[in-house]
Design a binder for this molecule. Structure first.
Ligand SMILES: [Ca+2]
Ligand SMILES: [Ca+2]
Ligand SMILES: [Ca+2]
Length: 442
C-alpha cells in the first residue's frame, strides 16, 4: 500500500469517526513450522495475525504496518524484498486487498531493506460494491463488500501467510548473515495503524469507523547460531570406529562376562536433543549388531569433559565374532541433525561407530592366527607402532589381553593371557586360534 493511498484511507475514515477508541489491535508474527533454530540458508514459515481484543466493535476496517529486520548487535540486516514472500490467505482478508479493498501493494512495498505499508482497508466508503454499477468518475477500487467481525475471537485473523518453504513462500535467511548475530523479523515500531468499524447502516450502506490503540506483538528471531552440523570425530573416540576388541572374553572360562560395555564418542561440536539445548540421553543412541541376534541395551548416556563428548554404556559385553554399531542421533546447538550417510561399510560414517569382538585378533585382520602373536610382540617391543594395525595409536587397545588397563613391558601377564586365548586355556572359553569374524564390517 503506497503512502498516497494510506493518506486517502486515513482521511476518508477519519471523516466518519464519531467515537473514541476503546479496543486494542494486536499484531504478532508467528512461526507456523513448529519452531527450532534458524540459521543461515534456512527457511521458516510464518503468519501475521491480527487480533481485536474485546469484540465491542464490528471488526477491522483498515490496517497497515512496515516490516523490518533488526540485528543484535546492530549493524547488519536482511533485505526483506528478496528474503520474504507472503500472501493474503483466502477469505475475509481479500476484502482488504485491491480490487476488493483499498491497497496498492498489499504485501508491502520494498524500500531499502524493508517492506513498508503492508496492508489495506475494506470498502467502507461504498465505492462500487460488487454487483452494482460503478460510475466512470469513481475509482476502479475498492469494489468489494464489507465483512464484519474481522479480527474478533480468540484466534483473531490471519492477515498474511507464508505457509510453505518448499514453494514460493516463507522467509529464506540469506546465507551470508553475520555468524553469531541474532536477527529479529518484526513490525517496525510506530508503523502499525488500524481502524475498526464501530457501527453501520444497512440501508444506506454506510460504515462508521474509529481508530484503535495498536500493539506490536512478537516477531521471529533467527540467526545467532553458527554451530557446525554434528559429526563423530573418529580419531578421538574411544574405541575408534573399526576397532577389534582382541582381549579376553571371560573371567572364569565359562561366563561371557568380559568385553567392552562403554564407548566415549567425540563429536566436532556440542551435541543435544533436537531442540538444540536439552541434554542427550539413551534415546539418542542405539546399538545394532551383525548376525541378527539380540543387541545390547543402552543403559546410561552422559557427557564427558564437555558437551562434545558423550559416554554411552550398555548392559553386557558385545557379542563375540560380530560387529556392534553405535548409532548417534544427536543435534547441534542450532538444532541441526547429525550427518547420516547410511552404512558405508568399512569406511567411517559420521554418525556411527563400529566395534568388533574377536579375542586374539591383535592385528585386526578379522581372524586369529600366527601373525597375531608376531604383531603382539612387535607392539610390545616398540618395533612397529600399533597405529599401523588400526585406528588407534594406544598400544593397550591391541595388546591389553587381560584388560588390566596397562600393557607392554609393564604388564608381562598380557602375553600369558594372549597365549591362553589362542590355545583355549582357561579363563578363555575356547581355542581362538583359527577363529574369524562371522560377518564383514557394516
Ligand atoms: Ca561402518
Ligand atoms: Ca588377526
Ligand atoms: Ca594388561
Amino acid at each position: 500500500m503506497k503512502a498516497s493511498a494510506i493518506s486517502a484511507v486515513l482521511l476518508s475514515l477519519c471523516l466518519v469517526t464519531l467515537v473514541s477508541a476503546q479496543d486494542t489491535f494486536t499484531v504478532d508474527i508467528n512461526r507456523t513450522d513448529g519452531g527450532g533454530a534458524i540459521g543461515a540458508g534456512d527457511c521458516f514459515e510464518f503468519e501475521i495475525v491480527g487480533h481485536l481484543m474485546d469484540g465491542s466493535n464490528e471488526g477491522l476496517a483498515f490496517f497497515a504496518f512496515d516490516l523490518e529486520v533488526v540485528s543484535d548487535p546492530p549493524g547488519s540486516t536482511v533485505n526483506l524484498g528478496t528474503a520474504v514472500i507472503m500472501s493474503a490467505p483466502a477469505g475475509v482478508v481479500d476484502n482488504f486487498s485491491a480490487p476488493q479493498g483499498y491497497s496498492v501493494d498489499f504485501t508491502g512495498t520494498v524500500v531499502g531493506d524493508d517492506l513498508i505499508q503492508a496492508g489495506g482497508g475494506q470498502n467502507t466508503i461504498r465505492n462500487c460494491p460488487d454487483g452494482k454499477p460503478c460510475p466512470p468518475e469513481f475509482p476502479d477500487f475498492p469494489m468489494g463488500d464489507v465483512a464484519l467481525g474481522v479480527g474478533h475471537g480468540v484466534d483473531g485473523v490471519v492477515l498474511f501467510e507464508a505457509p510453505a518453504c518448499v514453494a514460493a513462500f516463507g522467509f529464506t535467511v540469506p546465507g551470508d548473515i553475520t555468524p553469531g548475530t541474532t536477527y529479529t523479523f518484526q513490525i517496525k515500531p510506530g508503523s502499525l495503524y488500524a481502524n475498526v468499524i464501530t457501527s453501520h447502516d444497512v440501508g444506506l450502506g454506510t460504515y462508521v469507523v474509529d481508530p484503535v490503540t495498536t500493539v506490536i506483538g512478537g516477531g521471529v528471531v533467527f540467526g545467532g547460531c553458527d554451530a557446525p552440523t554434528p559429526e563423530i570425530v573418529h580419531a578421538s573416540s574411544i574405541p575408534c570406529s573399526g576397532t577389534v576388541d582382541a582381549a579376553i572374553e571371560s573371567s572364569n572360562g565359562s561366563a561371557l562376562d568380559r568385553g567392552l560395555q562403554s564407548a566415549e564418542i567425540h563429536f566436532n561440536t556440542e551435541v543435544y536433543k533436537a531442540d538444540g539445548s536439552s541434554a542427550v540421553d539413551a534415546s539418542n543412541f542405539s546399538l545394532t549388531e551383525t548376525g541378527g541376534g539380540a543387541v545390547p541395551a543402552v543403559t546410561a548416556v552422559g557427557y564427558g569433559a564437555d558437551n562434545t563428548i558423550v559416554i554411552v554404556d550398555w548392559d553386557r559385553p558385545l557379542t563375540l565374532q560380530e560387529w556392534t554399531t553405535i548409532h548417534a542421533d544427536v543435534y547441534s546447538a542450532c538444532g541441526a541433525a547429525i550427518t547420516n550417510l547410511g552404512d558405508l561399510g568399512a569406511a567411517n560414517e559420521p554418525d556411527r561407530v563400529d566395534i568388533a569382538f574377536l579375542p586374539g585378533d591383535v592385528d585386526r585382520t578379522f581372524d586369529t592366527g600366527p601373525f597375531d602373536l608376531l604383531v603382539f610382540r612387535q607392539i610390545v617391543n616398540g618395533v612397529t607402532p600399533s597405529s599401523n594395525f588400526g585406528c588407534s595409536s594406544n598400544d593397550c587397545d591391541y595388546i591389553d589381553s587381560n584388560r588390566s588397563g596397562v600393557c607392554g613391558l609393564t604388564d608381562p601377564f598380557d602375553l600369558l593371557t594372549f597365549r591362553q586365548i589362542v590355545n583355549g586355556v582357561s579363563p578363555t572359553t575356547r581355542v581362538w586360534n583359527g577363529a574369524a569374524m562371522n560377518n564383514p564390517r557394516p
